[in-house]
Design a protein around this ligand. Structure first.
Ligand SMILES: Cc1cc2nc3c(=O)[nH]c(=O)nc-3n(C[C@H](O)[C@H](O)[C@H](O)COP(=O)(O)OP(=O)(O)OC[C@H]3O[C@@H](n4cnc5c(N)ncnc54)[C@H](O)[C@@H]3O)c2cc1C
Length: 375
């Protein structure tokens, strides 16, 4: 992965024009958009699990043209060179008087074959670890299945890596990409799928479209997963993620075996009980030595050694009991922008917008040497 320092001029890959070449209804609420770069040289390969950032054109109240940035995971096989597929859930207003989701409804209602959208990426660190030989469990809720389907394609093309695809949704009407997933798991031994419907319809029952009913429970997981050392990947709505994460941890799965992605504003999955208590309780008592890389958070009075175990400065701050504001956790929204008083950081995910002098995005950077932050 490239590293970008805050002081460097960041070389940006930039937004490119993608033309919609197919629009496919996948369920009552999810539609796929297949897109190809208008200029074939603008194609960028993607890792299964990565997403594209779209500039969704929406007029401001003043009538001026504007856009909102939105992320959509690539849901197709990484082997499909030259064409991306995103699968979008239409986020209609949940109650009268509330607005519909801006981007998802725009895509569903206004975008058709031939239209051109601007997108940046692929980006994101939630990717399949192809170097691992451990069996894989892909756990998704609702539209959270999109990165998992791309990962499943990659896994199905491997000769023998055992994979269990577990998907939870309301019922067969909203279950997207079912045939594709069922087709993939039938391609070789060692692949299986489990569909859990919260409230299956009579038709689902008649056609036996699902394997379990209600919520994914600890029993279901234990039944599906004989004791082994798995790589878990999780994506779905926050309550689903929190419940599954807690179940896995209670079943003894170490946190470094669980990778996850949030589709909305990110939240913290780990209750404090799961964190390393020494780190949470006593951050300021870790005495830095001269050689150690330290992170000092001036306003909070925290100074602690950066030992490399945190994925980002944001994770580091949270591990030490601080609560900086955040939302996307992927360098896009700018919510975690903070002031870098001294030192340098390296970006493992390129910030979407250019940063001003002395600014740092905590969610996608790590220190390059000792630093002082104004948080
Ligand atoms: C890494 C990543 C990958 C993603 N991949 C996918 C993907 O593959 N597929 C996918 O469908 N989505 C994906 N998402 C989510 C996607 O980016 C959008 O967040 C989603 O489409 C909703 O955006 P929107 O503009 O339609 O809704 P927004 O306009 O952001 O609204 C969100 C919801 O809030 C409701 N709302 C709006 N205003 C109010 C209000 N005042 N009061 C109460 N409710 C309100 C809306 O009705 C809507 O339901 C991903 C997100 C991330 C971060």
């Amino acid at each position: 992965m490239n590293a970008f320092t805050a002081r460097d001029t960041i070389a940006r890959s930039g937004f490119r024009d993608l033309r919609v070449v197919a629009k496919v209804r996948e369920s009552a609420i999810i539609t796929s958009f297949h897109m190809e770069p208008v200029n074939p040289l603008d194609w960028r390969d993607f890792e299964p699990g990565q997403f594209l950032v779209f500039k969704i054109p929406v007029p401001h109240a003043s009538g001026e043209k504007g856009y909102v940035p939105r992320n959509y995971s690539v849901s197709c096989s990484p082997a499909s060179k030259g064409r991306y597929r995103i699968s979008v859930k239409r986020e209609a207003a949940s109650a009268p008087g509330l607005p519909d989701g801006i981007s998802s409804c725009f895509l569903h209602d206004r975008i058709d074959v031939g239209d051109v959208l601007q997108a940046e990426g692929p980006r994101g660190e939630f990717v399949l670890d192809k170097a691992s030989s451990r069996p894989v469990v892909l756990l998704s809720g609702g539209v959270g299945l999109t990165p998992m389907v791309s990962m499943l394609h990659a896994l199905a093309s491997m000769p023998d890596r055992r994979t269990v695809f577990v998907h939870a949704c309301e019922n067969g009407d909203v279950h997207a990409l079912r045939d594709e997933v069922s087709g993939l798991v039938a391609t070789r031994p060692g692949l299986s799928a489990h569909y859990c419907y919260r409230s299956p319809s009579e038709r689902d029952k008649a056609k036996q479209h699902f394997h379990s009913e209600g919520m994914i429970s600890r029993d279901v997981l234990q039944r599906l997963l004989p004791i082994d050392d798995y790589d878990f990947y999780l994506c779905g709505p926050p309550p689903f993620m929190q419940a599954i994460y807690a179940m896995l941890r209670a079943l003894g799965v170490p946190k470094h075996r669980i990778a996850y992605e949030f589709f909305g504003p990110s939240t913290v999955l780990e209750p404090d009980a799961f964190r390393t208590s020494a780190v949470v309780a006593q951050p300021a008592r870790i005495v830095p030595t001269d050689e150690a890389t330290t992170v000092e958070c001036r306003k909070s009075g925290l100074k602690a050694i950066w030992d490399g175990s945190a994925a980002s400065l944001l994770d580091f701050a949270e591990d030490h009991g601080l609560k900086p504001e955040f939302s996307c956790r992927s360098g896009i929204c700018g919510t975690c922008k903070s002031r870098l008083v001294s030192g340098d950081v390296a970006y493992f995910e390129e910030p979407l917008d250019e940063l001003g002098a002395g600014e740092v995005l905590l969610c996608c950077s790590r220190p390059s040497g000792s630093i002082v932050l104004d948080i």
